[in-house]
Design a protein around this ligand. Structure first.
Ligand SMILES: [Zn+2]
Length: 288
């Protein structure tokens, strides 16, 4: 959240963070894409858009998605940790920012979105998390003892070595026994028509997702490598990085997303755009 002061990334990773190949999961049928909204957060334009105004706030949606097949489904990002948000002591200890907080609807947003899509947690085949910020990793606690959780090796390395609450990394979101992390360091296919690829810059190991849908075409979920559609079309990177040395990577990532967006048959969907996300189908409706 703050201006980074630590040395440039990457730091030398330990052997605990070695990536391993991911064998794609053989799910059957054509994929369907469900857009999830887990909550909201007030964000100044300058945080989402390099050069943007610091005194203009947007109430940005906290988003995720499910990609469903005939015999299982894949979860992409998990939203806030409602245990931290709703416990007064934990909330005060974590949401200690001038102008940033979590806004969540009643209930348990992750589980409620899954249910609204007509999906069952027992059929979840794999989860992938774009990065470990508190608005993306907070639902991992629901996956203890569950399927693999795909994450970039550099993201977990930073999450466990150097990341602080001031970075909006809440260690109790992701440093949980029983989470089956599967670390990657390059593009992988998770399931038929569903792939993940690195878009570093916003954080050291940020990932974006690509879903090839039979009717809609190819949808790229940029996540936080492009908060707003203006990031994609500019292209203009988001306003902050966790490390000073990642600004060039953030620029390269958003330029790559811009190229994808300009390809016929491919759409890049930003991760936190209030106006854009309001136009997405909500569960139980989906993109096919
Ligand atoms: Zn983020």
């Amino acid at each position: 959240m703050n201006t980074p002061t630590r040395p440039p990334f990457p730091a030398p990773p330990g052997s605990a963070f070695e990536p391993v190949p991911f064998p794609p999961i053989a799910l059957r049928g054509a994929p369907r894409l469900y857009c999830f909204t887990y909550g909201y957060e007030p964000i100044p334009e300058s945080l989402s858009l390099l050069g943007g105004r610091r005194d203009l706030f947007m109430l940005e949606p906290v988003t995720g998605a499910a990609v469903a097949y005939d015999d299982g489904w894949v979860l992409l990002d998990t939203g806030f940790n409602t245990d931290i948000v709703r416990d007064p002591v934990k909330r005060a200890a974590h949401y200690n920012f001038d102008s940033y907080t979590a806004v969540v609807p009643p209930g348990e947003p992750l589980l409620d979105q899954v249910a609204a899509a007509g999906l069952d947690m027992s059929d979840l085949a794999v989860c992938a998390v774009s990065h470990l910020h508190c608005d993306h990793a907070g639902g991992l606690r629901h996956l203890v003892g569950g399927p693999p959780v795909v994450l970039h090796s550099a993201e977990l390395a930073f999450g466990l070595n150097g990341a602080e609450i001031a970075d909006a990394y809440f260690r109790e979101d992701y440093d949980i026994p029983g989470i089956a992390y599967h670390l990657i360091d390059g593009p992988v296919e998770l399931a038929p028509g569903l792939s993940v690829f690195p878009t570093p810059g916003h954080t050291p190991g940020h990932l974006s997702f690509r879903i090839n849908l039979p009717e809609t075409g190819s949808v790229v979920l940029a996540c936080d490598s492009a908060d707003l559609l203006r990031n994609v079309t500019g292209p203009v990177p988001c306003g902050t990085t966790t490390h000073i040395g990642l600004a060039a990577a953030a620029k390269a990532s958003v330029e790559r997303l811009n190229l994808l967006h300009n390809q016929v048959g491919t759409q890049v969907w930003p991760g936190h755009d209030p106006e854009f996300w309001a136009t997405r189908l909500r569960p139980p409706l989906c993109y096919r």
